[in-house]
Design a protein around this ligand. Structure first.
Ligand code: GDP
Ligand code: ZN
Length: 303
């Protein structure tokens, strides 16, 4: 039998402040403690570790370069807060009830694009008959832009197989407004997750600093799902004004034909985005989301 590994790299599968659990290259699980206060370790991180003198605790001394990071904008505070790293699938959940704020959906999709992470739009509660008549039309708009959309029901177990398939070999995370059914979907996908559904109010979740442990669940058929319970309905951070258009694929595609390479698509002449807006190729609603997000990132007032 080979000697037990005493040092190596590992994947962080649970994180709570400076402590958590990592999975070693040989798939063992070890409790860890981060050395020093400088390193901020989150679920999905690949870290360097070595066993301490007791031989039981892994001391984390470094983080391997991240492919991407999901960051939130804490309400009423400056700076961003890191939630998870190295994601391959951002699953944006909406539902006919509570009524979807499509700007929030756009903001999530935008952060997915900027992170370089594939996004999947899930419309949950397909069992509800009293649909907002507008809801399905909005979903079709996203399909036209090129987003994958799935209609599911956590309650009736509909569409869940397709969701499982989409998560195969991915590291995914659910994001979306409170009450859309993210906890219910995680419970469907991860049989032993046992997340309490509908328990915490939006106000409590929004205002709170992330003190809750975040965990990475193994999905029975392959793939992993990160859950950050304290912040399931957060505002994702968008780093800088120039990057906002990169978060809107249809705007970015048209932008190449604008007269000015640094066109903001607001009041510039010969703007291909404005032309596409006139012709209906770009939706007014999505363009308004773009402008609103640009204003928000610029730190200006208004919506
Ligand atoms: P979260 O805040 O996004 O995590 O949402 P929850 O999973 O806590 O669900 C919020 C509410 O929606 C709960 O009352 C759930 O029972 C309900 N819910 C979740 N999924 C469905 C669904 O597919 N259909 C219906 N009708 N209700 C659902
Ligand atoms: Zn332009």
């Amino acid at each position: 039998m080979p000697d037990r590994q005493t040092t190596g790299t590992g994947l962080v599968v649970a994180a709570h402040g400076r402590r958590g659990t990592l999975e070693t290259e040989s798939a063992d699980r070890l409790q860890y403690l981060v050395r020093g206060r400088r390193l901020k370790v989150v679920c999905g991180d690949h870290v360097k570790w070595e066993l301490d003198d007791t031989g039981k605790l892994a001391i984390v001394s470094g983080i391997k370069p991240r492919i991407n990071m999901l960051e939130r904008q804490p309400p009423g505070r400056t700076g961003t807060e890191l939630l998870a790293a190295n994601l391959s699938l951002l699953i944006v959940v909406c539902a006919p009830q509570p009524v979807t704020d499509w700007f929030i959906v756009d903001r999530y999709l935008c952060s997915g694009e900027i992170m370089g992470c594939r996004s999947l739009l899930i419309s949950n509660k397909s069992d509800l008959c009293e649909h907002d008549p507008d809801h399905d039309a909005k979903l079709r708009e996203y399909v036209r832009i090129g987003y994958e959309c799935l209609s599911v029901s956590a309650q009736k177990n509909q569409g869940i197989e397709a969701l499982r398939k989409a998560l195969h070999e991915q590291i995914g995370i659910f994001v979306g407004q409170s009450g859309v059914g993210k906890s219910s979907l995680i419970n469907r996908l991860v049989p032993d997750a046992n997340i309490v559904v509908g328990s915490v109010s939006t106000a409590t979740r929004e205002g709170k600093h992330t003190t809750t442990a975040s965990v990475m669940h193994d999905l029975p058929e392959g793939g992993r799902l990160i859950d950050t319970p304290g912040v399931r309905d957060f505002m994702p951070a968008v780093p800088e004004p120039q990057s906002v258009q990169a978060g809107f694929p249809e705007i970015l595609a048209a932008a190449g034909r604008c007269r000015f390479t640094d066109c903001h698509h607001l009041r510039e002449p010969d703007c291909a985005v404005k032309q596409a807006l006139q012709s209906g190729a770009i939706s007014k609603r999505r363009y308004e989301s773009y402008r609103r997000l640009l204003r928000a990132v610029n730190g200006q007032q208004g919506s």
